[in-house]
Ligand binder design. Structure first.
Ligand SMILES: Cc1ncc(COP(=O)(O)O)c(C=O)c1O
Length: 372
């Protein structure tokens, strides 16, 4: 078969299933964006932009080599110390993205052990499981009893890890972290938490759900990203000195890629400083999130409680696409999220709120949904 024919068939299949995707360009879309992860509006923060310009002048634009060869600058080292200090951990490691962190960490820390993974975990955690040599056991989403049952059946494989997001990216719901910690203790296993969507939103210093629930010390290993609330780019792992050393030595997505340019950690360190102090902003965003949910709930099935990720469940991919187009006609940009990102039959409109939205923007959003 010719490559042209193969690609034609595959693309046709995607289109028939309403699963064909594109990369919409901001400047082409004349609507208010309700589908970014820039929850705190830091991507366009004046002080950060100023710090970025200065950092590029000071440090240049290239990482020049991988982190273990020539790519580690003092800016990387400082950011890693800042992250560790922020989360009360011994050590941290900065990755080029959250995705790099997710796919690198699990193979590095699990070897031929066993991983218990929530069925709705993010693709980078799923791929991390796939890349590891461990046995992977998937538990039903947020089903603590099911996880308990599966943990009991573990025949002693070690190391054993429970892996979960702390705020599920497409559900907007918080993990049942207290019970995950209970189970981890009961069965003597380790807990790895992806705080990507909780950072900046929960916790006094924006350290995520484990900080909010005072469970920072109970989570063995945490990962996060600078690409959501922090408005920038780059992932991280934080934990004990030894586990971070192990990840540094084994995570292929850390080792075999060029380091991020040294200016990036400067921007991220500044974002981290700003984010820690955004107490009133966190409170405000939660209030807005709850109010928007309350209004949408009158007419739609809406998930989550107080996170800025508000999924409106539609069902079929074709309906989600239609609604998304209609919203665009009303000046609202909300993406239709379809399989394989979410399970079959649960396509949705994923609204994400940001402090950069004005009261007028929010009213426009609610009006547009009322008109669907
Ligand atoms: C839960 C979760 N983990 C990790 C990532 C990856 O982070 P990044 O965008 O920094 O690669 C994402 C991104 O969508 C995510 O939702």
């Amino acid at each position: 078969m010719k490559l042209e024919s193969y690609t034609d068939i595959q693309l046709k299949l995607l289109k028939e299933k309403n699963l064909f995707r594109m990369t919409p360009v901001h400047s082409d879309i004349r609507a208010v964006c309700f589908c970014s992860n820039d929850y705190l509006g830091l991507s366009n923060h004046a002080e950060l932009k100023k710090a970025a310009v200065k950092a590029i002048k000071d440090w240049g634009i290239g990482g020049t080599g991988s982190r273990l060869i020539s790519g580690t600058f003092s800016t990387h080292q400082k950011l890693e110390q800042d992250i560790a200090h922020w989360l009360g951990r011994d050590s941290a490691l900065f990755f080029n993205s959250g995705f790099h962190a997710g796919i690198g960490i699990l193979p590095a820390v699990s070897e031929k052990g066993i991983i218990f993974s929530d069925e709705l975990n993010h693709a980078c955690l799923i791929d991390g499981c796939r890349l590891s040599k461990a046995e992977v056991v998937v538990y039903k989403h947020q089903d603590i009893e099911h996880l308990d049952f599966l943990l009991k059946r573990n025949t002693g494989k070690s190391p054993a890890w429970i892996v979960s997001e702390s705020v599920f990216s497409m559900e907007g719901e918080k993990a049942d972290l207290k019970n995950l910690v209970k189970l981890k203790k009961k069965h003597g296993v380790f807990l790895f938490l992806d705080e990507a969507h909780a950072i900046g939103i929960y916790g006094e210093k924006g350290g995520g759900l484990s900080e909010e629930l005072n469970l920072l010390n109970q989570v063995d290993l945490v990962m996060g990203t600078f690409s959501k609330s922090m408005g920038s780019l780059g992932g991280f792992a934080a934990g004990s000195k030894k586990i971070i050393e192990l990840i540094l030595n084994r995570a292929r997505s850390f080792i075999f890629t060029t380091a991020s340019p040294p200016y990036l950690p400067v921007i991220n360190a500044k974002a981290l400083q700003i984010l820690q102090k955004m107490h009133s902003e966190r409170k405000k965003l939660k209030e807005i999130s709850m109010n928007v949910r309350k209004r949408l709930n009158r007419k739609f099935i809406v998930k989550g409680e107080d996170s800025p990720i508000i999924p409106v469940i539609v069902g079929e991919s074709s309906d989600a696409l239609n609604f998304s187009r209609k919203l665009l006609n009303h000046g609202i940009w909300v993406q239709a999220i379809r399989p394989p990102t979410v399970p079959e039959g649960t396509s949705r409109l994923r609204i994400s709120l940001s402090l950069s939205h004005s009261g007028k923007d929010l009213e426009k959003l609610l009006q547009a949904f009322d008109n669907l």
